[in-house]
Design a protein. Structure first.
Lengths: 217, 453
């Protein structure tokens, strides 16, 4: 009888030990004051903050370091004006294009598709419908408009300004223009840029030649 | 090193999942039945749709065009970015609609009074021009949108299917119980039979006069004999001491380790659906991982970028464990938190913060930088966080102990060839150590001050 009660005791103790493990609760800590920061955590909840939320928006009329202002507003007029921006404020080169391509794969390709044909995985799975191809004739895909839509969103597409910064948005726009060129079968953005440069160089050269001719005359 | 508490954990978890499996069986059957009945219904629908309507427009072609061009902003019965479109063909003049759909902005600019009124009514939202759609295409689309809302029959079929499905599910449950009951009965019968056989044999033995040994002679109790043998006592106590210190060490070592920690979050978020089934990159939401120390809990505007349009999950998303109603309820919680009104398609209420429970938490005295590992080192998220894309409920995969960090730093070769970032240090260090490949540790990844400050 004694042994039986002992076995029962062991069973109860081991069962309660196993039962004490709870996946929903964090484990014990040695010296919690070494683990937990006395300063406010980024995503903490503290009474001192409005809504108890330590994650707050930047103070009004301040800008973060490295911020580049964008003058067009989130409005009908701003959207129309963005279509007139045909150049990139950053240099069109392979490095920017590669970064843009990587970022496009991360943030845009789920809907717009890796080729920009509007057939991303979310469209294939019918989560989103009607995502247009960049080659769609009804849409004027120009750098300024691509940047504007990324910044403020348009119709169903939301703003991605919180995920990609200003420079990255221009890099993505660069890749979008490249994809559009590929879809239309026209030369890519790097070739076009190189050609433009050549043209200007040639123009200046011919200008120089002209002036030399006039001088010799 | 393996520790006893971990064994207990895995064991208890296994048991739980087994129990779940059994209770899931009826639901699986139900799902099977529903899928089957849904497939039958879909066939009927397809058959109906290929029929042309009275005016000769092709409804099926219209549906395809609608999905490809209009569905981004319009739905049939509910306001989306643009207004709902059921019956729109009856509301406006057909020729005006052709012009509007092909280029609404041109109409507005031309000063067409109806166009200007609509444009102003909808907050000057620009509808994309569709010059590629011919008048026949538009006729087809309008034939699709003007279809009356024919749901009752479908609802009845669904109800019937649900009823038969429920019947099937209940049957499955009963048969399970019967099966277990039958097994228990057979076991009981076996025990009784054995008992009877034993009794019979004994009776035969007694009848034949064979002596069955009943009791053994009295001996010294075993524990007394044990105490008398000093050698055995010493050996046993040493073994017990070792065993006790082994378990005590194991217990002490797991304090502060939260491996397997799986808290209940205020809004259920399935990484399996988002990152797994839909293939959304981790960086899409955790955009901080590329740029900074923390990967970041995505702010709710990131959720809303997609969920502005997706207010309910599809039938296929629902599983036996989590129903469609459950998931839709969780999306409703998101709307509540950001103050979004899905019927008005606008933010109407004040936002409330969502108190998520942090899972991966390094102690304050250890420094870890996500960008350094993800962007520079090119380490996959799954290396430390496990197969997150298969987790319905997020849990901590790694131990996040110092030993775990050091192990990886010792074993991981730095991608020197493909990463210009390391070019100079590689040149110097490979000369110093005389090696071609460098581990993180050889690059100084084990210096105290790299992580402790």
């Amino acid at each position: 009888m004694k042994t039986l009660s002992k076995i029962a005791l062991i069973m109860v103790v081991s069962a309660s030990l196993v039962g004490c493990f709870n996946k929903n609760k964090p484990n014990y800590q040695f010296f919690p004051n070494m683990y937990v920061s006395p300063s406010y955590d980024t995503y903490g909840a503290y009474e001192i903050f409005p809504n108890e939320q330590s994650a707050m928006l930047p103070v009004e009329n301040t800008i973060p370091r490295g911020f580049k202002p964008y003058e067009l507003e989130h409005s009908y007029e701003g959207y129309q004006a963005s279509k007139d921006i045909l150049d990139f404020p950053i240099e069109v080169n392979e490095k920017n294009l590669t970064t843009g391509s990587q970022l496009f794969t991360l943030y845009c390709a789920v809907c717009h598709g890796d080729k920009g044909d509007g057939k991303g995985i979310l469209v294939e799975r019918e989560k989103f419908l009607g995502v247009p191809s960049f080659a769609d004739q009804g849409r004027e895909i120009v750098p300024g408009r691509v940047y504007h839509v990324q910044t403020y969103g348009l119709n169903t597409m939301g703003s991605y300004a919180s995920q990609v910064n200003s420079e990255e948005r221009w890099q993505i726009a660069m890749h979008v223009m490249d994809l559009k060129a590929q879809l239309n079968g026209t030369p890519g953005i790097l070739e076009t840029a190189a050609q433009n440069q050549n043209n200007t160089v040639q123009e200046t050269e011919s200008d120089v030649a002209d002036s030399e001719e006039t001088q010799s005359n | 090193m393996p520790r006893i508490d971990q064994y207990i954990i895995t064991h208890s978890m296994k048991q739980v999942s087994f129990i779940n499996l059994r209770s899931k069986l009826p639901f699986l059957l139900l799902a099977l039945m529903l899928t089957f009945s849904a497939a039958v219904y879909a066939q009927d629908e397809a058959a109906e749709e290929s029929v042309e309507d009275t005016s000769g427009a092709d409804i099926a072609a219209g549906e395809a065009l609608f999905k490809a061009n209009c569905a981004a902003c319009h739905r049939l019965d509910r306001k989306s970015v643009g207004p709902e479109l059921r019956g729109v063909g009856q509301k406006f003049d057909r020729d005006w609609l052709y012009k509007w759909i092909q280029n609404s902005q041109a109409l507005v600019r031309a000063g067409d009074p109806l166009a200007v009124r609509l444009f102003e009514e909808h907050n000057r939202m620009i509808m994309t021009p569709f010059p590629g759609l011919s008048e026949t295409d538009i006729d087809n689309i309008l034939a699709y949108t003007d279809q009356p809302k024919a749901e009752p029959q479908a609802a009845a079929t669904d109800a019937a299917a649900a009823a038969s499905g429920a019947g099937g599910g209940a049957q499955g449950g009963v048969s399970n119980t019967i099966l277990l009951g039958a097994l228990a009965l057979i076991f009981l019968l076996l025990v009784i039979m054995l008992f009877l056989v034993y009794n019979t044999l004994r009776r035969i033995a007694v009848a034949k006069g064979i002596h069955v040994e009943e009791e053994k002679e009295k001996r010294t109790p075993i524990w007394k004999a044990f105490i008398q043998n000093q050698f055995l006592v010493i050996v046993t106590s040493i073994v017990l001491l070792f065993a006790a210190s082994y378990f005590a060490f194991g217990y002490l070592m797991q304090i502060g380790v939260d491996q397997g920690y799986q808290p209940v979050q205020p809004i259920h978020y399935s990484h399996k659906i988002h990152a797994g089934d839909n293939g959304i990159d981790c960086n899409f939401c955790h955009s901080g991982a590329r740029q900074g120390k923390t990967a970041g809990i995505p702010s709710l505007n990131v959720c809303m970028n997609c969920h502005m349009s997706i207010s309910e999950v599809s039938e296929e998303t629902a599983t036996a464990e989590y129903s469609k109603e459950f998931y839709d309820g969780e999306i409703a919680k998101l709307y509540e938190a950001v103050g979004w009104d899905p019927n008005e398609m606008a933010y109407t209420k004040d936002p409330k913060p969502v108190k998520r429970v942090r899972i991966h938490n390094l102690p304050d005295f250890a420094y870890f930088n996500h960008a350094q590992h993800v962007a520079v080192g090119g380490v996959a998220c799954q290396t430390c966080h496990g197969e997150v894309e298969q987790m319905e409920v997020m849990e901590q995969h790694a131990t996040l102990t110092m030993g775990w960090c050091i192990d990886c730093h010792r074993e991981t070769n730095v991608a020197l060839g493909t990463n210009e970032y390391y070019a100079k240090i590689h040149e110097e260090l490979s000369k110093k150590y005389g090696v071609e490949t460098l581990t993180v540790a050889e690059m100084g990844g084990m210096e105290c001050a790299k992580c402790h400050y």
